[in-house]
Design a binder for this molecule. Structure first.
Ligand code: XIL
Length: 464
């Protein structure tokens, strides 16, 4: 285990002193498992380690046990796709997705939303639509689903797989593409409006090799969005590898080049077919590449055991069918523990100003009762979005209240992850049921959108 000050602190906080047979006192890390599980090891450098989860497998105790123990981020493998959440037009069903989201959140895990707009796994009614009716239906879908999950999603794969394979670098032909080339940015704008707190990602496969035309095309899309202020925060590389599509030698270069555009990079659906040492070495290369890129913020594997995989015959995952750790598990864990640049604890989400510049201000004031609060602001003419970060001091807290005063004339239009006392003037914000408890030194965030200006708000925090 790498002894960062954070890991030492955590080890001290959660450790048990046991006396070894020699009589010497040995410090054993227990519940936080820093350095001994994928999630805890990734967290040492501010990253996450996630998995795709299938609602139908949650009753399998081996599966559920590995999920609970090893992973701190969850993606629904199929349950948030369009055919699952809107099987009939304007009839939304969230049962299976909620089962996954609620379990994840009850275990303190975060959730990646997958996916809001995609040519595949569309319900029949959508497959049969075209033109402006389809465009409206797609935007309605994005808005409804992102609104339903507002405040619960760390990052959304807003658009999935919109580019063609091969050397053209062109968009993939699909009913969505035929509604007009701007369908991707329209989807991102709708997602931002519906859930300003979620990171918004473009996600694709065969975008791992920097020289590949598809990689270049996605790079140009992200570059264009950043230049024009279309909201985008992250790029997801699915990273499904096998002998036809091996881990490229320039994988880290690709991650770094995307990151250099000012977005987070996430490895979103990792699986690598193979076995034994060769597979273990490939996993090590992928994980080390992410660890070496500051804005590569996390890795998700596309399933838990080989038998859970959509490509089960290729045994592409980290646990065998019985739930035993494979060599690839060990090389992955070691690569996570070998360290790398730490991901900044919060990267500011940029909103799209309809007009005028975006400004960001952060203030931090110690509160009287064991917590601090800071605000980061995205402003445009006539409005703003504020994200408030609440950080516990040297002890865990069980609840918090943040007080801040809006500039006169400004009002809150909507908010997430906190209850509030009013919409203008001095407002008290209280934790909701799921985010009151914050461990020592850790943070939680709430946010709100408002009319008017948001500058100059100085929050104070008190803990209970
Ligand atoms: C796959 C699931 O794993 C399968 O269960 C399902 O039958 C098809 O979709 N790219 C993606 C994922 O973005 O949603 C896909 O998941 C795998 C490829």
């Amino acid at each position: 285990m790498k002894l960062t000050s954070r890991s030492v602190l955590r080890a001290v906080l959660v450790s048990t002193l046991v006396t070894a047979t020699t009589g010497a006192a040995v410090l054993l890390a227990t519940s936080a498992n820093a350095g001994t599980t994928l999630g805890a090891s990734a967290a040492e450098s501010g990253r996450y380690f996630g998995t795709a989860v299938a609602a139908g497998r949650l009753g399998d105790s081996t599966y559920a046990g590995l999920l609970q123990r090893e992973f701190d981020m969850v993606t629904a493998e199929n349950e948030m796709k369009i055919d699952a959440t809107e099987p009939n037009q304007n009839q939304f069903t969230y049962g299976n997705a909620d089962r996954i989201v609620n379990l994840a959140r009850s275990q303190g895990k975060r959730v990646r939303g997958h996916t809001l707009a995609w040519h595949s796994q569309q319900p029949g009614w959508m497959q049969n639509m075209s033109g402006s009716a389809l465009r409206s239906a797609m935007l309605n879908h994005v808005t409804q689903v992102a609104t339903y999950y507002r405040g619960k999603i760390y990052a959304w794969d807003v658009v999935n797989e919109a580019f063609q394979d091969g050397s053209s670098g062109a968009r993939r032909d699909s009913n969505l593409q035929r509604t007009g080339n701007d369908w991707i940015e329209a989807a991102f704008r709708a997602a931002r409006a519906a859930d300003p707190g979620a990171k918004l990602c473009y996600n694709d496969y065969n975008t791992d090799d920097w020289t590949h035309a598809k990689t270049q095309a996605v790079y140009r899309l992200v570059q264009d969005f950043k230049q024009r202020g279309v909201p985008i925060d992250c790029v997801g590389l699915q990273s499904h590898f096998n002998s036809q599509s091996p881990v490229p030698g320039n994988y880290q270069t690709t991650l770094q080049n995307f990151a250099n555009l000012g977005v987070d990079v996430q490895i979103t659906e990792l699986d690598i077919e193979g076995s034994g040492t060769a597979q273990a070495q490939n996993y090590e290369r992928v994980v080390k590449a992410c660890m070496a890129v500051t804005r590569c913020t996390g890795i998700t594997v596309w399933g838990i055991r080989d038998t859970d995989s959509w490509r089960a015959s290729g045994t592409p995952l980290l646990f065998d069918g019985s739930g035993n750790k494979k060599a690839a598990y060990t090389s992955t864990l070691n690569a996570l523990n070998s360290g790398g640049p730490t991901v900044p604890t919060s990267t500011t989400t940029t909103t799209t100003p309809p007009t005028g510049p975006t400004t960001t201000t952060t203030t931090s004031v110690p509160g009287p009762g064991g917590c601090t609060a800071s605000v980061s602001l995205n402003s445009w003419t006539g409005g703003f979005t504020a994200t408030v970060k609440v950080t516990a001091g040297s002890s865990a807290i069980n609840g918090w209240t943040v007080t801040l005063t809006l500039p006169s004339g400004s009002t809150v239009t909507n908010a997430w992850n906190a209850d509030r006392s009013g919409n203008s003037g001095t407002i008290q914000w209280r934790n909701v049921s799921y985010n009151g408890r914050v461990a020592a030194g850790q943070s939680t965030e709430f946010g709100f959108q408002g009319n008017g200006v948001g500058t100059g708000m100085t929050p104070t925090c008190s803990a209970s």
